[in-house]
Ligand binder design. Structure first.
Ligand code: KMH
Ligand code: ZN
Length: 289
C-alpha cells in the first residue's frame, strides 16, 4: 500500500500555466510573473498548498531563465507561503541545461520527468521530450545540492524503472513523491482511464515510503483527481493540464478549478492541507522567517 496521507487531508497542487497552453486558447491563462503570482495567491486562498510553476518570457514563450523564476517566487512570497514547485520539464524550445536553470532560483520542489517521450502533436511533433537516465540522474543530483524535493512525474508504468533506479542509487530522500499522470497522449502518457490507477498503485515503487499524486489531462481532470483522493493520494489541477471548467466553457481562473476540487474534497471528508502541513507531510525544509 502507498504511504497514505491522513484520511482527512489532501495536498492540492495547482499547475497554472504549463509550457503548451496559450492565451489564444484561454485568455485567462496567467503567463507573466505578476499574473502568475496574483493567481497563485487566489489559489492559495481557495486551498492549494503547492504551486507548480512554468515561466514565460515577455512574448509568452517558455523560458528556463532563473531570473524570471526568481521574480515569480518573490512576487508569490510577498503574498503567501504556498509551496514553490518549479518545472524542469520546460518546453520543446529548451535544452536539458536550460531546464535545470530554474533550480538556481531555489524552489522548494521541482518536477522530474521520469523518461523520454515522443511528442506526437503540435509544432514539435516528431521530436523527443528527452529525459534519459543520465539526464534524470543529473537533474536529481542538482536538486539534491540545493535541497529541492523532486516531484517525479510518471507517464506510464515503464517509468517506474527510473524511480527504482534513483531509489537503488540512494539519490532520493524519503518520503518519495510520485505524480501519476493520465491522459497526455500527445506526449506518450497512458490514456486518462481511471482503471489504470489501481494498476499504477499495485506496482508503485517502495510503496511504504511513497506518497502519490494524481492528475488527469483535459476533461479527465476532475474525475481522475476525485478517484485519486478516494485512493488516498494528493491531487493536481489547473490550466496547465485542462483549460476548461466544463465542456464548452473555458475556466475563468485557476482558482475556479482549485475551488471545485476543494468542494469535492470536503464532500469526501478531506480538508486541504495548508502549505506548512504539506511541507511536513512531504518532508520539505521549513520556510525560514
Ligand atoms: N503537463 C504535465 C502533464 C513538467 O512541468 O515538468 C507535465 C509537466 C511536466 O508538468
Ligand atoms: Zn508542468
Amino acid at each position: 500500500m502507498p504511504l497514505k496521507l491522513p484520511e482527512n487531508k489532501v495536498i492540492i497542487t495547482v499547475a497554472q500555466t504549463g509550457a503548451l497552453v496559450t492565451k489564444a486558447q484561454n485568455p485567462n491563462l496567467p503567463e507573466q510573473p505578476e499574473e502568475i503570482a496574483a493567481s497563485a495567491y487566489d489559489c492559495y486562498n481557495e486551498g492549494a498548498a503547492i504551486v507548480h510553476i512554468h515561466a514565460r518570457d515577455k512574448n509568452g514563450i517558455t523560458t528556463g531563465s532563473a531570473e524570471v523564476f526568481r521574480d515569480i517566487h518573490e512576487r508569490i512570497r510577498k503574498r503567501c507561503n504556498i509551496v514553490l514547485q518549479d518545472s524542469t520539464g520546460g518546453g520543446a524550445n529548451l535544452s536539458v541545461k536550460e531546464r535545470t536553470e530554474c533550480l538556481e532560483a531555489r524552489p522548494e520542489m521541482a518536477s522530474l520527468n521520469m523518461g523520454t517521450m515522443m511528442r506526437t502533436l503540435g509544432a514539435a511533433a516528431g521530436t523527443p521530450f528527452a529525459n534519459t537516465r543520465p539526464d534524470i540522474e543529473a537533474f536529481v543530483t542538482r536538486m539534491n545540492e540545493f535541497g529541492v524535493k523532486p516531484e517525479m512525474e510518471v507517464y506510464s508504468l515503464s517509468m517506474y524503472r527510473e524511480v527504482n533506479n534513483l531509489i537503488e542509487k540512494g539519490l532520493l530522500e524519503k518520503p518519495y513523491y510520485v505524480n501519476l499522470i493520465l491522459g497526455m497522449a500527445y506526449q506518450g502518457a497512458l490514456e486518462a482511464n481511471p482503471l489504470y490507477l489501481p494498476v499504477y498503485l499495485q506496482f508503485l515503487p517502495a510503496p511504504g515510503d511513497t506518497i502519490f499524486n494524481t492528475l488527469g489531462v483535459g476533461a479527465a481532470q476532475t474525475g481522475i483527481t476525485t478517484i485519486g483522493m478516494i485512493l488516498g493520494g494528493c491531487v493536481r489541477v489547473g490550466m496547465e493540464d485542462n483549460i476548461y471548467y466544463r465542456k464548452g466553457e473555458l475556466a475563468k481562473s485557476n482558482a475556479q478549478l482549485v475551488g471545485r476540487i476543494v468542494r469535492i474534497a470536503r464532500e469526501l471528508g478531506k480538508e486541504p492541507a495548508t502549505p506548512d502541513e504539506a511541507r511536513q507531510l512531504l518532508g520539505l525544509k521549513p520556510l525560514k522567517g
